[in-house]
Design a protein around this ligand. Sequence first.
Ligand code: ADP
Length: 455
Amino acid sequence: MLLQAGTISDGGRDLDRVVKMIGDQRGLGSATQASVPRPSRPTLGTGPSFERRLSALTTVAEVDPGQELASFCGELTERMARLVRARKVLFSVVVDGMMMVQPHPYGFGDEVSSLAVPCTPEGTGFADDIVYHDLVFRGAISDDPAFHSYQYVLQVMQVSNAIAVGVAAGSERIGLLAAFDSQRKGGFTDDDVDSLRIAAAAAGLVWRHKRTADERVRLHGEASALNDAMRSMVNMMVHELRSPLSVVKGYLSMVSDATFGPVPISMLKPLRTMRERLQEALTLVDDLLLSARLESGAAKSNPQGFDLAELASSVVERETGKAQLSGGRVALEKPPDPVPVMADPKHIGIIVDNLVRNALSYSGASPQVRVCVSGEPEPTIMVIDQGKGIPPEAQARIFERFYRVTDRSSPSGTGLGLYLSRQLAELEAGKLDLEWSEEGRGSAFALRLRAASNE
Ligand code: ADP
């Protein structure tokens, strides 16, 4: 088998000639399977001791599959060569009916030039027998009829002894493991053959494990590259959407304000609906853009000291109108003294706005919302409602991107609000948590921040 011949470094110079010669002899170069005498099955004797078997297993199983493929394969063969005290060990892999010697990502044989020979379950050649028919070869090459056709080559390569076994993982036939030239007088023993078989069984599993792990890493890389590409495309589109939407918003305001002339009464309601819908679209665009900036690390905090109670009060003021429209109220509870915090007030405003808006949206008719600010033990703002509450199984997920609890009574939304709020809270070195929620009774969210005096 030319695989063996090519791996012996001394013969590297003659290799191309040798490979060609063997190819011509066996028709391998033209990818046809020539018939060769089948080597006889070796006598394995009673087998090595338990310790020897164990050592063969652990020697191979200890190879770290986390390393680079080339060094993984190198270490695997090196360990097996040491195990049977061979001058060289070759591990060749069958891919699509061809035994790949080199180059192939999972095959190796450093001195072998590019070569692939047919190897199939139907074949009757040396490699077919070993890989697919569990034949184990052991022999002083010059004595064995199976090697007659390679006699010249093997002499050039100074090989006199070889053993070869198949490598499989479960029902998958992976390839062939061959060891050449024992470093001991008398060549390879029965024990060597057995050790190599056991090592080959372990190598099959380790190799498959490595291939699966590499594949997983590759797929993961591809998926995240695709994800990144999708994300940047969506971000670009969202970014492009923003300016036309703003222009429409501007014109709509001017129409509503009668800048272009009196507005018929019949148009007032449709205009209001258009403005509201447009605002929803702009809010979504802004949320998506903020999400992209947070994820890429482009969103930066601009921390400054400010009074949390004052910020809460302006949010309450902003949202009161909406609460009143549905017959409800937003109440502010705050200590007499200011609650100084150190954070970016713009980001904290977005968080508190989101919490209060959610409290109003998920409360049905007549929402009753309390916004409670306290300075002790740390600056905290709680938003408490008496709304529909959050089902227990959803509570752990409400901060996930795009997660929504959807039932028939749910108002429209994107599932971005709490995700963004928590990201922003973390950017501000704070914490946003769901403190309590009970279906049909309400929910309480708490935002905890750094006190300004800590700075
Ligand atoms: P959205 O409100 O756009 O759906 P959020 O991220 O703000 O997205 O909220 C995620 C989900 O958490 C909502 O779909 C809702 O089911 C639930 N939720 C948030 N706040 C409340 C609340 N105060 N009361 C009940 N459910 C809430």
